[in-house]
Design a binder for this molecule. Sequence first.
Ligand SMILES: [Zn+2]
Length: 315
Amino acid sequence: MTLLGQPNRQKLPKIPGDPKSKNIIIYAVVVALLMVVALISGKLHMEYKPDTDGKTAEAPFRVHVIDVGQGDSILVEADGHAMLIDAGEPSAAPKILQYLQDKGITKLDYIAATHFHSDHIGGMAEVIKAYPPKNIVEPVCPDELLPVTSIYERYLDAAGNSGARYRALQAGDRFKVGNARITVVGPVSAEAEDLNNTSLVLRVQYGDCTCLFTGDMAFAEEETLLSRKFDLHADFLKVGHHGSSTSSSEAFLAAVDPDYAVISCKKDNDYGHPHKETLERLKVHTDKIYVTAEKGDIVFQYDPSTGKRRIVTGK
Ligand SMILES: [Zn+2]
């Protein structure tokens, strides 16, 4: 069959009312419409920017482990909603605020304080004042473990005056950030004997991707979580207590079985973090171990449309 629109067709005599001509006109209209559709889809295709360098495309779910030196500060983004877990030492506040600004964060749905040590709540007052959040969450903590420090007082004042919904959480509580569903798996009870073991432990699920944020939880609380038979499996693990050897037991890591493990600590820190025993235990499960001291800011991305997970590092 000869295709309509080719030059030789124009030489055919036009006969008004000829059914053949009507068919030709209908055919021409259909072909023209198809061409318009093809042009539009072609244009759309041209406007799509493929992820050629592995860094340009942004997934709807991202976890940023911000390099705050010795401490933790983690930004979780889901569908344009955001949660900040911890805020480093007081000296980390300018870095965190700059990071949030650079990433285009205009509001925080949640600020979570995993526990009340200065390397986790140090910059919290400044962040709360600059980004008044909708919610502030912290762990249930025995009174006798509450610190008597100016840093804790500043955090309390900022949280209390923020206008946020301010709550203490424990295992079994749940909340959402965008389409990310967050389950609190620790602390299990308010009976911890050490502030690190009061850590808020958050399991974040987005699509079929899971992340576990463990604060500075140590062996004793890990054992408690295991004994309660919580589902601890996670694709991404924020390794407990800056990679200390007193966290991340073999049994705990077997339950989590992470594909990606990120440690937040300062280069040449006073504690020797991350400890080599921890790194050895992690290596049983993954060779994708990243340390902020070496890599700077570390971003984990998950795209549910492709199932693709990847890490982007600052260095
Ligand atoms: Zn810490």
